[in-house]
Design a protein around this ligand. Structure first.
Ligand code: FE2
Ligand code: FE2
Length: 276
């Protein structure tokens, strides 16, 4: 069952947190459905692991044949790997950064993306959805080179993709967080490695402080809710050293260690990261 993040007479935002089986292989991921009157969009629907459940779950709230858009924050496998199936089962257009327009056809059978892709320039923009709009907010290098977040002015939710992520299971991800400090240990390792640079984070914080945000909702882990948690998150991320800030010549040495060609269980994402 999805979480209802927002609902009024004409507009609703749903979040699916537990569609990807918790078998320790794939990272937990959220998918989203926004409905405005009789129009809808899905955000970051994911790959084959989520497709069937998301399609079935969506049927209870919205007829998939009326889906206008598949909104993709970037082109990672957990964002859009099931693109072929979405383009086959709905009439939706894919909306994605221009950076990825010529790459996404690799996710589909030949010709499937023809006349089905709206490519968006780096500046972003406001996309009509029903009687309202979804704003495509520039978030390049957070972490992907061509990356957008989605702001819904009706619910005042900012869907932040891989920013604001926390590592937890689907049941925990369904509970919005209001205490940022106790939540931070679940976020820190991810952001230090997957975000590209502090310069980008500062530019982004300057921009989003101009938005009226009720909730920051990431693609992995729990939403951040309320003014205090959101302003504490912005203050933290604005000062975070990450990505290339932490890399130096030690990270770029010709390797000598032998990789033992033995398959082991996947590491939890936080442990897989190099300590800063
Ligand atoms: Fe990603
Ligand atoms: Fe992701």
């Amino acid at each position: 069952m999805p979480i209802e993040l927002y609902r009024d007479k004409n507009h609703a935002c749903y979040m699916f947190t537990d569609l990807v089986e918790e078998d320790g292989q794939a990272v937990q991921a959220n998918q989203f459905l926004i409905v405005d009157d009789d129009t809808g969009a899905i955000i970051d629907p994911g790959g084959n692991l989520a497709y069937n459940e998301l399609y079935m779950g969506m049927l209870k709230h919205f007829p998939p044949q009326k889906l206008s858009y598949v909104l993709a924050s970037h082109a990672d496998p957990d964002i859009i790997a099931a693109l072929d199936r979405w383009l086959s089962s709905t009439k939706a257009l894919l909306v994605i950064s221009r950076i990825w327009e010529r790459f996404v056809p690799h996710f589909t059978k030949a010709g499937k993306t023809e006349n089905r892709v709206i490519s968006v320039a780096d500046v972003g923009g406001r996309l009509p959805l029903g009687r309202h709009e979804i704003w495509m907010i520039p978030a390049h290098f957070m972490h992907s080179e061509g990356n957008f977040q989605f702001y819904d002015p009706v619910s005042r939710i900012l869907f932040t993709g891989d920013l604001g992520v926390s590592m937890m299971d689907g049941a925990q991800a369904a509970r919005p967080v209001t205490n940022f400090k106790s939540h931070l240990p679940l976020m820190e390792g991810f952001h230090r490695r997957y975000m590209v640079s502090n310069k980008i984070l500062r530019l982004w914080v300057n921009m989003v402080r101009q938005l009226d945000i009720a909730m920051i909702v990431p693609q992995h882990g729990a939403p951040l809710m309320g003014q205090q948690a959101i302003s504490e998150f912005l203050a933290w991320i604005e000062n975070l050293a990450c990505g290339i800030d932490l890399f130096d010549e030690r990270s770029y040495q010709v390797p000598t260690a032998i990789i033992d060609p033995v398959v082991r269980p996947p590491l939890p994402i936080l442990q897989a990261l190099r300590a800063p």
